[in-house]
Design a protein around this ligand. Structure first.
Ligand SMILES: *[C@@H]1O[C@H](CO)[C@@H](O)[C@H](O)[C@H]1NC(C)=O
Ligand SMILES: *[C@@H]1O[C@H](CO)[C@@H](O)[C@H](O)[C@H]1NC(C)=O
Ligand SMILES: *[C@@H]1O[C@H](CO)[C@@H](O)[C@H](O)[C@H]1NC(C)=O
Length: 307
């Protein structure tokens, strides 16, 4: 295990911001309504992963106690697996069919162990066989490894019944990191899957980011809210911690607690352009983690640890 002091990491992160990171390039200053609708729907699925009712009762409809997943509730859904905290890796989420939109959706919650992860600031990478030269954050990988058997089985069962449905994987925060690893794992076993992440940290190295950005087995949409701190982590430090992001980035330019429109989303390259705003991490189209009231506190603690 390699533990590095937070202050040292921030200093290194700052250095990468000063010179090593590529400049931000705006490819498009808006998104189509078609893409906007998808970003919005899969944000709601990611929000639903925070609700207890979607992790304790396989074979039920996806619902949100906090009324932040109306489009998901309007769809005809039925979960094939719901799982929570099955061991110390704290992997939580569900796999559901959505016959209204002809989808099979995998969603992961931002982990409860977010405070553990940052308290340890363990940014160690591990080799993975999904792609050549790829290295992935070992903690995120452990979480995915724990969930993968149940998730893959559920997806295959759903595909047997609905072979023409599109497979989607989504998640917020650490759930986004798990979704990213899940996307690579599924694409590698010839299950095409579209990836949607919201406020996700970086999950692996350059080779990893390139593999996920440019696959013919599904599209990748990485959504970042302006000033969100989590997507800047782990810092990208050449050689030592060569963390990189999946490209492009769908960058929400508006503030907190404001409705988002297609004109508020830029398509940009790179994206170590977060900030230190906790509320920005929690506001993606709506209060994404509303079903887990404690999640705010954990992110607050994380930012305190880092400052
Ligand atoms: C699942 O959690 C919800 C929300 O806390 C609760 O209302 C429901 O009774 C639980 N269901 C089961 C099967 O435990
Ligand atoms: C969550 O995981 C921890 C550590 O493995 C365990 O002690 C706890 O009982 C688990 N909680 C639930 C609800 O499964
Ligand atoms: C969090 O850290 C504590 C203390 O280091 C450990 O006992 C616990 O298992 C960890 N929980 C998770 C979910 O990683």
């Amino acid at each position: 295990m390699v533990f590095v002091r937070p202050a040292a990491l921030l200093a290194l992160g700052g250095l990468s911001g000063l010179g090593w990171a590529a400049p931000v390039e705006v490819r498009d200053d808006t998104v189509s309504t078609e893409i906007f609708d998808k970003l919005s729907l899969f944000e709601q699925y990611a929000a639903a992963a925070y609700c207890k009712s979607n992790s304790n009762s396989t074979g039920t409809k996806v619902t949100c106690d906090e009324q932040n997943c109306g489009s998901v509730e309007a769809a005809d859904t039925n979960t094939l697996t719901e799982f929570e905290n099955s061991s110390e890796t704290d992997a939580t989420g569900f796999v559901t069919t959505d016959t209204t939109n002809k989808l099979i959706v995998i969603a992961f919650r931002g982990s409860k162990s977010i405070d553990n992860w940052t308290a340890n600031l363990d940014f160690q990478m591990e080799d993975v066989t999904f792609c050549s030269g790829c290295r992935v954050h070992s903690g995120f990988l452990e979480s995915w490894n724990e969930a993968q058997d149940g998730v893959i089985k559920a997806v295959q069962a759903a595909q047997a019944e609905y072979p023409d449905f599109k497979v989607i994987i989504t998640g917020h925060s650490l759930g986004g990191a798990m979704a990213t690893i899940g996307a690579a794992a599924l694409r590698t076993i010839d299950i095409p899957v579209d990836l949607y992440t919201y406020g996700a940290p970086k999950s692996g190295n350059d080779e990893w980011a390139t593999f996920l950005s440019g696959t013919d087995k599904g599209e990748s949409f990485r959504v970042v809210h302006k000033d969100d701190v989590v997507p800047t982590l782990p810092p990208s430090v050449p050689f030592l911690m060569p963390y990189a992001h999946v490209q492009p980035e769908y960058y929400i330019t508006t503030g907190n607690k404001v409705d988002v429109t297609p004109q508020d989303i830029q398509v940009i390259s790179d994206g170590d352009n977060g900030g230190m705003d906790i509320a920005a991490h929690l506001w993606y189209f709506n209060k994404i983690s509303a079903c887990d009231g404690l999640f705010d506190l954990k992110v607050k603690r994380m930012v305190e640890d880092l400052s």
